[in-house]
Design a binder for this molecule. Sequence first.
Ligand code: FAD
Length: 269
Amino acid sequence: MIIDKYIKPKTIEEAYSILTTKENSQIIGGGAFLRLSKKHISSTIDLSNLKLDFVTETNNYIEIGAMTTLRELEINEITNKYFNGIISTSIKNIVGVQLRNIATAGGSIAGKFGFSDLITALLVLDCKVVLYKTGVVNLADFINQKNNDIVEKIIITKNNLRADFQSVRNTKTDYAILNAAVSKHNKNFYKIAVGARPGIANYAKKAENFLKSVDFSVQNAEKAGLIASEEIKFVSNFRASAEYRQELCKTLVSRAICNVNVSSKKSNG
Ligand SMILES: Cc1cc2nc3c(=O)[nH]c(=O)nc-3n(C[C@H](O)[C@H](O)[C@H](O)COP(=O)(O)OP(=O)(O)OC[C@H]3O[C@@H](n4cnc5c(N)ncnc54)[C@H](O)[C@@H]3O)c2cc1C
């Protein structure tokens, strides 16, 4: 990566103005992923002066500033209090503490990486992305849009859903071969997301609909896992074949469904 100019704006307005007026300019979060690229960036816009490093809780929401590190998200009391700690579980295997001390929540969302563990986990929560110019966008829409905007923060509705995250890696700190997250709102209302396919996470809508019509049992969880594995598209790469990912999907999804039905390992606030 070659950077011509490194700018630390004092306001978000200034950051946005540089982003949209200077050709080949780019926001930098932790820079952990950006530095691996061969890009030539004219102006790199560092957001670290903009007070976007926070995790706060209001009556209805958890708010996570874009410059919050993954390590902070992993150990933060607020994020750990809700949703059976799914945020922490989803990121705790990303490389090591040193990298998680650098990589940011904003960069992890804005990067829209296919291998993302955090996006898969957040997709099963009621999660919105706040963009400086565009405003509030559902995470599920955001990951499928092109934006030239700044992620300011992530907002998660504080509801009492139970959630679980699963992943399989060749080694503990490698990218996931497949990841899956499941949440359960009330008796039969589930959200199921499967990611690192190796593409970005998709919802398993047919499996979610199947679960709406049945009571929980291990057999029905396995059936939902099978349905998810048939509706989600998998691709082969050097980490794993599409067929292997499809097999893993059955197990990860059914295991996560079982866990949200029996899990009491962490309270929901
Ligand atoms: C070696 C390595 C291994 C990894 N393994 C995993 C893994 O197993 N699982 C996983 O989920 N992740 C993994 N990651 C990704 C990591 O978790 C982060 O998601 C990634 O580093 C991006 O965060 P960052 O703060 O470094 O963003 P940067 O590298 O700074 O930026 C990434 C992209 O986001 C844009 N961006 C950054 N912040 C904003 C913002 N606020 N608004 C708009 N755009 C913005 C940048 O312009 C850039 O395009 C890995 C990363 C590395 C380097």
